[in-house]
Design a protein around this ligand. Structure first.
Ligand code: NAD
Length: 275
């Protein structure tokens, strides 16, 4: 991978404010840094890793960017409302929401507890709903500001290839991502009248803490590569570059769609040799 700073340096997001949920690690961290490198001032949302969140803030500040860390559990309505109040108090408004926070709690279906089912739906789906609702309220209140952006705001969901690929022993996760797909599309349909742009990015396998078990050893990585025609496990920056583009006016006519960033994982690789 080329260094992200070589890819991202055009100040495409200058003057924007962005909030990235679950930004103290993995994909969210990379997105927050990339947005800041493009000129946005960023909120690093975290739930339990304050030190890691502050490290992201420091990394952004070391490159002359602007960031603050705000603790909030995205599945809790009051936390989310307080986080948006703090964001608006600090930056005045918000232009980009990246709904990235997500978890897995895997289990064979007969053994899956109600709490495992509920927790994953609460964070991945309800969390996306709560944050999108607060962002939409602010976007509608402010509207389009000429010379600032072509839209009143952008909502970007970090979904997964599992919004369309079924996933045995991960039914709670796949159901949450399938839910995000129709949440995103329904919002895109409803919010276009306010010039709010809504899209998803669906990552394939990206090297982050959430799926460490799938790539940690050479043997595990080889197994994973059988599912990836491009024959490389993704890097968080693969997702961050697309998030920057979706957050910018360059993608102004992209609305209500999912961009798969998966090295071809959704191409039914089992059929590569004729099935
Ligand atoms: P990660 O575990 O590094 O990131 C998830 C982040 O969400 C963590 O920082 C975590 O603290 C945060 N989080 C968890 N619960 C939260 C809550 N209640 N409130 C606020 N934050 C919370 O893993 P990641 O791979 O960077 O995952 C980011 C997103 O990308 C997730 O939505 C995940 O489903 C999605 N995704 C990842 C992959 C992959 O291969 N890594 C593939 C497809 C989709």
């Amino acid at each position: 991978m080329p260094d992200a700073s070589q890819l991202l340096c055009a100040n495409r997001l200058k003057g924007y404010s962005a909030l990235v949920t679950g930004a103290s690690s993995g994909i969210g961290r990379a997105i927050a840094i990339a947005l800041a490198e493009e000129g946005a001032q960023v909120v690093i949302n975290y739930v339990g890793h304050e030190t890691s969140a502050q490290e992201v803030v420091q990394e952004i500040e070391s490159k002359k960017g602007k960031a603050i860390a705000i603790q909030a559990d995205v599945s809790k309505e009051k936390d989310v409302q307080t986080m948006f109040r703090k964001t608006l108090a600090t930056y005045g408004t918000i232009d980009i929401l990246v709904n990235n926070a997500g978890i897995q709690q895997d289990a064979a279906f007969p053994d899956m507890t109600l709490s495992q089912w509920q927790k994953v739906l609460d964070v991945n789906l309800t969390g996306g709903f709560l944050c999108a609702r607060e962002a939409a309220k602010e976007f509608i209140r402010r509207g389009v500001v000429e010379d600032r952006a072509l839209s009143a705001g952008k909502i970007i969901f970090i979904s997964s290839v599992h919004e369309i690929i079924p996933w045995a022993t991960h039914c709670n996760y796949a159901a949450s991502k399938g839910g995000i797909m129709l949440l995103m599309k329904s919002l895109a349909q409803e919010l276009a009248q306010y010039k709010i742009r809504v899209n998803s990015i669906a990552p394939g396998a990206i090297k982050t803490p959430i799926n460490r078990k799938a790539w940690e050893t050479k043997a595990e990585e080889e197994m994973l590569l059988r599912l990836i025609p491009w024959k490389r496990v993704g890097d968080p920056r693969d997702i961050a570059t697309v998030a920057v583009w979706l957050g910018s006016d360059e993608s102004d006519y992209v609305h209500g769609t999912t961009i798969f960033v998966d090295g071809g994982m959704t191409l039914y690789p089992g059929f590569t040799t004729g099935g």
